[in-house]
Design a protein around this ligand. Structure first.
Ligand SMILES: Cc1cc2nc3c(=O)[nH]c(=O)nc-3n(C[C@H](O)[C@H](O)[C@H](O)COP(=O)(O)OP(=O)(O)OC[C@H]3O[C@@H](n4cnc5c(N)ncnc54)[C@H](O)[C@@H]3O)c2cc1C
Length: 428
């Protein structure tokens, strides 16, 4: 039987006091001031997702740049920053990736303090499961690469894993065996929209103008230099321009006449109704032909996702076959969850690069920069990307951490092939 609503409320608040607060705005202040576009900025950042906001924040905080605007065509949090499954980790094989993502994970560890906003970093551990001896060899290779770089990684055999994650109860029937796994204990989850709101709030407090409902539709240039962006709210002059538009990166390439090695693909996710605490870690695994990852949210829902849809699209429409595939794989791994209802199912747009690693570089003009190609793994990259991209824009030089993320690698062949730097690292 459901408890009466009054018992669900924390004792400090009655329904009436919450309503009064809502109406009086006494407790519900906007997190950042609403801005209107000014005529001219030192830096215009296009895209109010995680990467755009973090870049603007670091430009203001670390480099003292005063006149900065973030232009967002919808509202803050509407894009992938508010659609992802919140997993953070640095368990990559290639040095260019693992050092960068480790920098990001370290920044996530202190982000609540830095932004003075609780982003709910939860180091609950990330487990990459192996269903076969071959997979164990691949995971061992990745774990060794990480440990040589000073990044925490633990290879666990079946017994160790069962102790670490009792939810993988060995007595339950499973189609594929669990052989072991690679565990990164500092990995985990971070509340995604808190990251967007926290950066927006902190950037605005440093004087950054956050301008929603302002789509950039073109670029004005003179003598090989960009001078202004054209927007749905009129032209805005800028000394430097950063495009951080995630799933729309290809559009920007087309706008600037530069073909980019990027395709937009959909990634879907879903969440179940809330259940009691069951899954204390993040599980990532390959089940038959499908790859799945899941974690339990603080509200109790199991958040799950699968692989890309496999064809380019901007539709953001979740498809039933993916839901079915993910649910089947989830139940096959954790038979305990069979029968739990799916509450919501959604999709986001990912700018997939051809080698799966990101792009932070100049784009065609000396004073235009691209921050994109985050594929399906860019949430975990936000703190490091913001700091590094801001340094590139402010100083004109790419810090070592992002030198490998240049655009020219596709011409020279120095690609960073880690198959998406996403939730499904290749089993090398
Ligand atoms: C279902 C799903 C699950 C995921 N799970 C994870 C995960 O667990 N861990 C992880 O690390 N990553 C994950 N990702 C990937 C991650 O969400 C993205 O890589 C990352 O959020 C992209 O960067 P962003 O936050 O800046 O993007 P966005 O939030 O998409 O920001 C880009 C913004 O640019 C705006 N924009 C676009 N064009 C214009 C224009 N012309 N003018 C003005 N504004 C414009 C858009 O409206 C958007 O708000 C997942 C993605 C999806 C879809």
């Amino acid at each position: 039987m459901r408890p009466p609503a009054s018992r669900l409320l924390a004792p400090r608040y009655s329904a009436l006091s919450l309503l009064r607060a809502r109406l009086s705005r006494e407790y519900w202040q906007p997190l950042w001031r609403r801005s209107t576009p000014q005529e001219h900025y030192d830096v215009v950042v296009v895209g109010g997702g995680g990467h755009g906001l973090a870049t603007a924040y670091h430009l203001a905080r670390d480099h003292g740049i005063k006149r900065i605007a973030v232009l967002e065509k919808k509202v803050i949090g509407y894009g992938n920053v508010g659609r992802n499954t919140t997993i953070v980790r640095s368990n990559y094989l290639l040095p260019e990736n693992h050092y960068f993502y480790e920098d990001s994970l370290r920044r996530y560890e202190t982000l609540s303090h830095d932004l003075n906003y609780n982003v709910m970093y939860s180091p609950r551990g990330v487990v990459d499961l192996a269903n076969s001896d071959d997979e164990m060899v691949g995971l061992a290779r990745r774990g060794n690469a990480m440990r040589l770089a000073g990044i925490d990684a633990e290879l666990m055999d079946r017994q160790g894993l069962m102790k670490y994650a009792p939810v993988l109860d060995p007595t339950l029937p499973r189609r594929y065996p669990i052989v072991g796994g690679l565990v990164q204990k500092r990995g985990g989850t971070v509340r995604h929209d808190a990251v967007a709101w926290g950066y927006a709030r902190a950037a605005a407090a440093l004087g950054v103008d956050i301008i929603e409902h302002c789509e950039v539709t073109g670029l004005q240039t003179t003598a090989g230099i960009a001078t202004a962006v054209e927007t749905t709210r009129g032209p805005i002059k800028a000394d430097r321009i950063v495009f951080a538009v995630a799933g729309h990166t290809g559009h920007i390439g087309a706008m600037l006449g530069v073909p980019l090695p990027v395709e937009t693909h959909l990634l879907q996710a879903m969440v179940t109704e809330p259940i009691k605490p069951l899954l204390h870690t993040v599980l990532i695994y390959m089940y038959g032909h499908s790859e799945v990852y899941m974690a339990q949210s603080d509200r109790g829902g199991l958040v799950m996702g699968g692989t890309l849809d496999g064809f380019p699209s901007f539709a953001r429409e979740p498809l039933w076959h993916r839901l079915e595939e993910v649910v089947q794989s989830a139940v096959a791994m954790l038979p305990q969850v069979a029968g739990i209802k799916i509450l919501r199912h959604w999709a986001g747009t990912n700018d997939q690069t051809m080698d799966g690693s990101p792009l932070i570089d100049r784009l065609r003009y000396e004073n235009v920069f691209l921050n994109g190609g985050w594929c399906y793994g860019g949430f975990k990259a936000i703190p490091a990307s913001g700091a590094a991209c801001a340094r590139l824009v402010a100083s004109g030089r790419a810090p070592d951490l992002i030198k490998g993320f240049n655009l020219s690698r596709f011409a020279t062949g120095h690609v960073l092939d880690e198959k998406g730097a996403g939730p499904f690292p290749v089993r090398q």
